[in-house]
Design a protein around this ligand. Structure first.
Ligand code: PLP
Length: 377
């Protein structure tokens, strides 16, 4: 049937019809109407982190990674030294892009089924005085782990290190108060928990460190200082803006506010996540993480033990019923992921569970239970 599939993925996400319809018009990038939308979106974004007076926000064209790269290029001096707290795939990506931009980069590794440890960070900062910046991925979307932002920010403040937070999959769902948590830069994007369409990211920068960013970027397109100044002076984006993406984001943010902002969004995602894990457990599936570190964003499930399970076939059988799952991203174990974010609620989760149960029948899978050694005692 000609109906959009429900995306149970970490982005792009299922969006509302209202958000999609916002993209049916053309906009001149230098036109005053479009400039007003840019300004309004920036204002609304700053309000979400309670950073109106203390921070600026710089939007940037491209997917979320472009903005992570831009934050590193613009915030970290060329002779700076970055410490990446690494417990998964997105952390490794941040380390790789830091290295490729010529910054000195050290990684501090943690198991991918655990949150990063602030005490271990403290020891590393004591042992390694040359570190200038720390990169933390708030929700490591690889496994779905929630990392301790507040405790990491406290260590960075105590040792006077810059903190760059990839909050791509947590921003707007999990609480982040810029007056309580000190960071130099925090990055998110249009197509995640704000439930816009993908195509632009944005970086919150603490105003106190903004002037140090001048001339630091080795890339023209990634230079957030330049982007910020140009926008401040002209109200325009420096290069061609993703016009349709921005107006869709503006529409999505109005709905975000109508829903009740971050607390309401968190509540909906938590209820999605709970319904998902409970329903999957009924089918035998075992989630990978301890509940205490599971972010209500995306859930990794162990692959079922039965020999008839095959991710591609399972994926196709769910897809045929209108639901898009996501492959796993762990280095050692076979898993698959199911997202709880996007313009969906418990009803779509119940429908997805029904689709998964039918997909199991297609494959001849009696239970989603993983191999015995992976089951809890
Ligand atoms: C989605 C995401 C990104 C950005 O990925 P893109 O594919 O560039 O949009 C970065 N970090 C995290 C933690 C994410 O979830």
């Amino acid at each position: 049937m000609d109906r959009d599939k429900i995306l149970l993925t970490p982005g792009p996400l299922t969006t509302t019809l209202r958000t999609k319809l916002a993209m049916l018009r053309d906009w001149g990038s230098w036109d005053s109407d479009f400039k007003l939308i840019t300004a309004k979106v920036c204002q609304q974004l700053l309000r979400i982190i309670n950073g109106d007076d203390s921070h600026v926000v710089v939007p940037l064209q491209g997917s979320g990674t472009f903005s992570v790269e831009a934050a590193v290029a613009s915030l970290v001096p060329r002779d700076g030294h970055i410490l990446v707290l690494d417990n998964g795939a997105y952390c490794k990506r941040a380390a790789k892009l830091s290295q490729m931009m010529g910054r000195r980069c050290t990684t501090l590794s943690f198991p991918e089924d655990q949150a990063v440890c602030p005490e271990t960070l403290e020891k590393a900062l004591q042992a390694n005085q040359s570190i200038s910046h720390v990169i933390l991925v708030h929700c490591e979307t690889g496994a779905g782990v929630l990392n301790p932002l507040e405790a990491v920010a406290q260590q960075c403040e105590r040792y006077n290190k810059g903190l760059i937070v990839d909050a791509m999959s947590s921003f707007a769902a999990l609480p982040i108060d810029a007056q309580k948590i000190r960071f130099d830069a925090l990055i998110a994007a249009s197509g995640k928990c704000l439930e816009g369409v993908p195509g632009m990211g944005f970086v919150f920068i603490r105003s106190a460190v903004l002037k140090d960013c001048e001339g630091q970027s080795q890339s023209l397109a990634m230079d957030l200082y330049d982007q910020f100044n140009y926008m401040k002076q002209t109200g325009q984006w420096r290069f061609t803006p993703p016009t349709h993406v921005l107006v869709a984001l503006a529409e999505a943010m109005d709905q975000f506010e109508e829903e009740g902002g971050q607390p309401a969004r968190l509540k909906r995602y938590q209820s999605n996540c709970k319904a998902l894990i409970t329903g999957m457990a009924r089918l035998g599936f075992q989630s990978f993480l301890e509940p205490s570190i599971q972010a209500p964003i995306i859930v990794s499930f162990h692959a079922p033990a039965e020999a008839c399970y095959d991710f591609q076939a399972f994926y196709a059988a769910c897809r045929a019923r209108g639901f898009i799952l996501y492959p796993g991203k762990l280095t050692q174990l076979e898993t698959f992921r199911v997202g709880c974010i996007g313009a969906i609620d418990a009803m779509e989760i119940e429908q997805a569970l029904q689709a998964i149960a039918l997909a199991m029948q297609d494959l001849g899978l009696l239970s989603g239970a993983p191999a015995a050694h992976l089951r809890p005692n």
